[in-house]
Design a protein around this ligand. Sequence first.
Ligand SMILES: Cc1ncc(COP(=O)(O)O)c(C=O)c1O
Length: 363
Amino acid sequence: MTAEFIPPAKPLIGDEERAAVDRVLRSGMIAQGPEVAAFEAEFSEHFKLGRACVAVNSGTSGLHLGLLSCGIGAGDEVIVPSFTFAATANSVALTGATPVFADIERGSFCLDPASVEASITERTKAIMPVHLYGHPANMVALREIADKHGLKLFEDAAQAHGASLNGIPVGAFGEFGMFSLYPTKNMTSGEGGMVTAADDTIERNLRLYRNQGMLQQYHNEVVGLNNRMTDIHAAIGRVQLTKVDAWTKTRQQNADYLSSHLEGVTAPPVAEGAVHVYHQYTIRVADDRDGLAKALKDEYNVGSGMFYPVPNHRLKPFQSPVELPETERAALECLSLPVHPSVTQEHLERIVTAVNTLAKAGA
Ligand SMILES: Cc1ncc(COP(=O)(O)O)c(C=O)c1O
């Protein structure tokens, strides 16, 4: 095997990011400061969110603080997908509330509104869909359900910078929305998260919880955390904001190429009115997904990822007897192929040859 390895993800850090970090280090002011404030304003403006953004030190912190800021706590239930990264349910559990797992739609891999409605109890306070892989969840149906039952609606947009539904950007639908800025995401700040707030109270609460419960030094209003973003991280994020649109376009072009050339596997469908930003390009492999992943690596040097082979309701902290057939099926079938901006035409052609040959051979 001589062809170079095609990694499933590749963070892109350039000279501009290095210069921005250097600028902050030289300023002597490296904790949360003017870079964070500028990053918050620029992020909101860039993604046309039309609301305030609050930067924190990780996406997980962003979900946790968003939930606290909207009054979620002990005794409450929040409906979430099981087919997601554990941070979604972890953040609910950390507030003292209970994550209740609903099933996903076969097409989008995102929460199924019918399953959500069937999961509502008298303790349900909110619904928190995930825009999984960069595809928006069905926010129109979920908003209708939330309004009908007097529930709050939140967004885990960790993987969906720039995605939209019916022209509305994700992060602008819920009482809060959270974008992760982890290195493998569509843009990064090193580690970090950005939380959108639907109103001034939620924004104020986010800023309080982020900073030990203080807006004014030593005038603590609530019990809070230290979840602040540093100016070093914000400086990286500000540069990445100037690049993310071009990267997204490349992801979409790569996805179009794969979808029009792959055979024998199910390509990811895009719902009507949805803009998919392909954090992951996830196919379904009906027979022996694990065997296909191994053969892709061994025979073609193509990396791939399984997000997520163990659904949250089967994980030790969350074990639940709930039956989620589409979630179980997706966990067995999902395989993410390289789609990131560093994937070249040669890579795309090798991925297509590899998948088509192996799928036909029944690997
Ligand atoms: C769906 C989802 N939610 C939440 C998170 C948490 O984000 P972070 O890793 O920035 O804490 C991630 C990141 O991996 C994620 O993919």
